[in-house]
Design a protein around this ligand. Sequence first.
Ligand SMILES: [Zn+2]
Ligand SMILES: [Zn+2]
Length: 132
Amino acid sequence: MSRESNLKGQSFGFLRVEEKMPYQEDRYNVWRCHCTNCGREAFVNTKRLKRGTVTNCGCIPKTTARNGPSAEDLTGRVFGGLKALYRMQNHRNGRTQWMCECACERRIAVLARDLKSGYTKSCGCSKMNNPS
Ligand SMILES: [Zn+2]
Ligand SMILES: [Zn+2]
């Protein structure tokens, strides 16, 4: 039986399916995907794509219970001139970090704590850095 679903062109989370690979994994087709979050490639099989097990190339850490209550989802939230894009690996000290985009379009990593407290409101450019 070669009943195969063609996933080409479909999107699963941040992954956009580009093409089918000539090999299989666990009897599922493997697809070359483009991670729209970071631009890298990922190779994911049909099962994992369809189940939503994998939604990016690995650049976005899964939010697990391990991260505790501080792992609040700030995606899309705006703090001054910064917009939270996605969560990053925890900082060395275990604190949650977010990749943010500044009003000037520069991207910087900011600790969640500093975002929420209003301590960090921009990448350091003058645009929004107006502590009152
Ligand atoms: Zn990625
Ligand atoms: Zn800036």
